[in-house]
Design a protein around this ligand. Sequence first.
Ligand code: BGC
Length: 730
Amino acid sequence: MKHTLFAIAILAVSCCTSPKMPIYLDESKPLEARVEDALSRMTVEEKVKILHAQSKFSSAGVPRLGIPELWTTDGPHGIRPEVLWDQWDQACWTNDSIVAFPALTCLAATWSEEMSALYGKSIGEEARYREKDVLLGPGVNIYRTPLCGRNFEYMGEDPFLAGKMCVPYIQEVQKNGVAVCVKHYALNNQEARRHYYNAVVDDRALYEIYLPAFKTAVQEGGAWSIMGAYNLFEGQHLCHNDRMLNKILKEEWGFDGAVISDWGGVHNTEEAIANGLDLEFGTGTNGLDSKYGQSYDAYNLALPYLERLMDGRASMEVLDDKVRRVLRLNFRTAMNRNKPYGSICSPEHYDAARKIAGEGIVLLKNDNNILPINLETTKKILVVGENAIKKMTVGGGSSSLKAKDEFTPIVGLQEAIGDKAQVVYQRGYVGDLLRTYNNVDTGIDLTDPRSEEELIADAVAEAADADIVLFFGGLNKAKGQDAEGRDRASLALPYAQDKVIEALAAVNKNIVVLIVSGNAVEMPWVDNVDGIVQTWFLGTETGHAIADVLLGKVNPSGKLPFTFPVKLEDNGAHALNAYHKDSLTVEYKESIYVGYRWAEKHNIEPLFAFGHGLSYTTFEYGEATCRKSGSGFKVSVDVTNTGAREGKEVVQLYISDEVSSLERPIKELKGFKKVALAPGETKKVTFEIEPDMLKFYDPAKGWVLEPGKFTAHVGAASDDIRTTVDFNVK
Ligand code: BGC
């Protein structure tokens, strides 16, 4: 439809008005010239019309000029099912089932820019096929507390990792003529009171921790749009926050794209006009209590804006800036006739989902080489736990999907094992029975009449003679777990899972716990089990990817993108009582000491450290060397696969500033490279250190680089440094 309108417009304009194609339609002309030309042809009403929604997920174009509508979609793990015009419920189309890709925590855990590119390419193709212009993702909010219900949609606790890992995703999505909308800018680090809390954050933490991933997304990734967050900063909602949007994003970083509000994140017309918002979505559409009649007309950037423009309270210059940004977004996406067609549910997308999942799964513990499972010697495999049979792509908020397929862990294991061993299933616990979300149905009835005691007893009875027990637990997509709109109540596993694990471990020591979650969990039984695997939410290919790793077809290479603390108080925000579920103010008292930065400063041993992840092979590191290179340095190290299997290692570079006028973290991630090594093979890994990477943010002076001694630490995890080398900045 959009394309037909567009074609008619071209014809109409070229046949009737002028023999020459107008500049805005001429794709050989530079983008800015086209935008200016379109702008000059638009009435004030038409300008205002493109600055707000016309349905749940779309905004109007300029039909008179043949400028098409703009269609957005969630995001960020797959393309959301079509919804009704003005409702969240799916519209029950039969052609909108998609591939669900692994959650972004899993992508971050791959520490692989290659996987990020593959993810972006694949999801971008699906978005394009579904005729979407803006994909609402990726999310790069920093993992401040393990209680945040939306951590699974983000990329971990480290700004460098999150920044580097979102860039290829962004670039590959946008190659499809689909914009990303990086979210939620910024300081949206909890779901509790997400519409109301004012984040009180010092400038150093702002610039060093909470902004860099967004900046990288904009400057290196070239993101075409960005989504304001729900909460407040400096007393202003982040969807219309002068400092964050006008000063930092647009002036400091030179962002030329559009700021899109989060759905229902706009609260004040004057601020929406003046403070950098360009496109308003989701502001509530009952329309009944509004003097403007039709609900979408009542949006802040609709008739209330038009009124102010007409009576001179609002300036045309600011209007034109917004319109230019939205036109730019439109020309880059909906108006782009040279974009590829895209594809959906292609074999390539299934492969991509499986590959990314396989590279993101993190082997946390593997005592006695309990994994991979040797099918030559294993006769009975007992699978316990709700998460082995539960579909996780349905639920959790706006990232909920309608996947064409979701292979659960039990399905993947049964398929891969076939008749090579007996696979027995026991439920173990009953957690959440969620079956439908926004009218999408998993088709699985999870009810079970047994009591907690009966469930445990049945599982234990089967465990006694099993060769191996695989416990699939963790969290799920129910409210209060890994889900939007609410935070977790505690770090502990819900539904008495600890009890089940302890009971199983008491009768069978060959036990592997698989945690399905986007968050850290407490593990009081950590010493009583041989194997622990962090599997994340893996989407369509869940079962296949897990079976690949458990059976050794894929050698695990994922590393944690955030710290697993032993207990909640080992996290800075909680140690300082600076996480508040119920308060209107959340003071980020831990400042820059987030995640491993806090643990290292206070000498707190984590349960599993940032960057940790094991392999079925072993890697040896040579001595790091450092040499001057241009204005920076190059640090190199040889890494050798000393085991019998091929494998991939994520070589990590951390830097400490030995002498500094402001206290700095013990060390900070400044580089990572994933290398594939055959048994016995050695590769040289080289990191480039640019002077900018050594700077810190001094609130009094801005970014500063102080001369002196720095140390480069190279290793396999933040707590597994294998070699260090010093260098001096003059
Ligand atoms: C979420 C966004 C999402 C939007 C549209 C909001 O509630 O915070 O992340 O993109 O809804 O579904």
